[in-house]
Structures are given as C-alpha cells and as structure tokens.
Write a protein that binds this ligand. Structure first.
Ligand code: ADP
Length: 126
C-alpha cells in the first residue's frame, strides 16, 4: 500500500533492499500459512516510513527490545531451529541508523508484528 504520488527517501538503495528483504523474510518465516504480510509506505513530515506488517506469531512485550540485539532469537525452540542467525535485525537497525533513520517494532503475541523502517525524506520531495 503506497500513498498516491511520489515518496522519495534519501538513502542507499542497496542497504534499503537488504533491510526490507530481512523484514519481509522474517514476516513470512514467522507467519503461518493463510496469514497476511503487508507493506505500507507513507510520508510523515521530513520522514518516510515503510512498515512491514504480519499476522504471525508476534513477540512478547518483554522481548521486544532484545530482538535488535545480535544473536537473539525469541523462543528459538518453537521456531524452526535450523533457520536464521539472529543477526538480521541487529544489522538492519545499524544500517537504518547509519542512514539517519531508524528501525522500530510493535507487536502483540499471537496477533502479529509491525517492523517500521524510518528514513529521511529526500529534499524537494512533495
Ligand atoms: P533471525 O530471523 O535470523 O532469527 P533476526 O535478527 O532477523 O534473526 O530476528 C531476531 C528474532 O526476532 C527472530 O529470531 C524472532 O524471534 C524475532 N522476530 C523477528 N521478526 C519477527 C516477526 N516478524 N514475527 C515474530 N518474531 C520476529
């Protein structure tokens, strides 16, 4: 879902692709068959926000901060143990912050998660 019109961020294209690939593959990995994954982008003042939402397993409130720590995998035994390194979100948040943006999470256990990539809006973008 995109707002009508153009929305341009000032960012490194390859790094944004790497971050979105990480967010999308997590959304798919932690959502059961029949669930939904949606991407929403919108402008908010001088920021661009791209949200990846899923209707998956969700994350406990107390664990939300820790998912950005290197090697943290919440409920590893319940996930598919052979998948992932626990590094994706740590790297993604570093990349986002390095571009003057941020990566944040909202989630409810059993309901779903929204990971939001925030980037500076390009100057002159309407
Ligand atoms: P990986 O996916 O390799 O385990 P990440 O750093 O990308 O590593 O994610 C860390 C942990 O955060 C995951 O193992 C999982 O426990 C949790 N997580 C990330 N994205 C989601 C999501 N969309 N839904 C539920 N849990 C998630």
């Amino acid at each position: 879902h995109c707002e009508p019109g153009t929305l341009t961020a000032r960012a490194d294209r390859e790094k944004v692709q790497q971050i979105l690939l990480n967010l999308l593959s997590n959304a798919v990995k932690f959502t059961e068959r029949g669930g939904r994954v949606q991407v929403h982008s919108r402008g908010d003042g001088d920021r661009v926000r791209i949200a990846v939402r899923d209707t998956g397993i969700g994350i406990e409130a107390e664990k939300l901060d820790s998912i950005f720590e290197p090697f943290v995998q919440v409920g590893r035994a319940l996930n598919r143990p052979s998948e992932g390194t626990g590094l994706g979100l740590a790297i993604s948040r570093d990349l986002a912050r390095g571009m003057g943006g941020d990566l944040t999470v909202q989630s409810e256990l059993g309901v779903g998660s929204t990971l939001t990539l925030e980037l500076p809006r390009a100057e002159g973008d309407a």
